[in-house]
Design a protein around this ligand. Sequence first.
Ligand code: SF4
Ligand code: SF4
Length: 351
Amino acid sequence: MAPNVYFKPLSGFLDRNSCFEAVLKALKPDLEEFGQGEIVGIKATIGESKESRFIKPQLIKLLVQRLKLEKAKPFVFDNNVIYKGMRQNAVDHLNLAYQKGFSPQELGCPFIIADSVFGTDSQAIKVKFKNLKEIKAPSLIGVLDNLVVASHVTGHMLAGYAASIKNVGMGMASRAGKQMQHSSVKPHIIKDNCVICGCCIEICPVNAISAKDDKAFIDSSVCLGCGECLSACKFNAVSINWQGDANILAERTAEYACAILSRIKRKIFLNFAFDITKECDCLAGNDPKIVQDCGIFASRDILALDKACFDILSVDKDAFAEEQKTRTHLHQFNYAKEIGLGSLEYNLIRL
Ligand code: SF4
Ligand code: SF4
């Protein structure tokens, strides 16, 4: 039987908190399964310092309160990232989290960075996928029994459409695991377009870009494939093999998600489909929305959830494919099904 996907639309005068309350009410039997006294990890992302499009702590707090009502012991967590910014180490990351309202006082539970101060808690786990034979994730993954994944739906320059699969596959990997996934992405400079403005040089987290003969030059032996230079360049001078490189990245992210989730007993996934921009929560700032605010989705099947959410957002047109240079999300759905991450079929229950 196809897995259930709950959907509460943001319609009329319904505010976001009330919308989420309705979803949590529907999820009561699922939340009860976590059991009394059980520790439950809530995977969330706070976005970067200037970023205003992220799931607000007030919504996460509602989830915390509901889990506490079920006598569970929740905590919120994220991992460090490979980009330049305030989330490369746990000290800056936590300071930013507190600034943005993700403090224990405001959430009602601890907020932790799971892969340690410098992101070095990274255990190798053997897997058997087409692309990867090993993944790297924080040791938390081997011991956590209960997980709620709270994902903000966004566009993404490499992934096209990003929601729960991205939040788990990339977001729950350690920094080394993130690098491993990105290593298929090899940007190059289109010299005729480069005006040597320096933006890509400044943003590269590993100084792989320098000026050479009045043009930017990427040392591919140093490049991590993070893709930051692609979004930094406003002159269309940084490019990749969009479909090929991005598809491999999407497959690796699905492989990570599959390996990580197979180690966790009880899981619930939530997609918050509002404030959806072309760029993800690391970059979007106050960018305009590319689709109308939609609502909140929940399921125990991560693929069914992402697919149902995408289908509803794309009833009129695939805004994600229109905005990005790739249709990677469509490739990822099929690949995720092929490796057993979840179901492409779903039973949509409108609340
Ligand atoms: S951001 Fe673009 S235009 Fe500026 S230096 Fe880099 S490649 Fe050249
Ligand atoms: S060259 Fe571009 S893709 Fe490579 S590490 Fe630097 S910013 Fe990231």
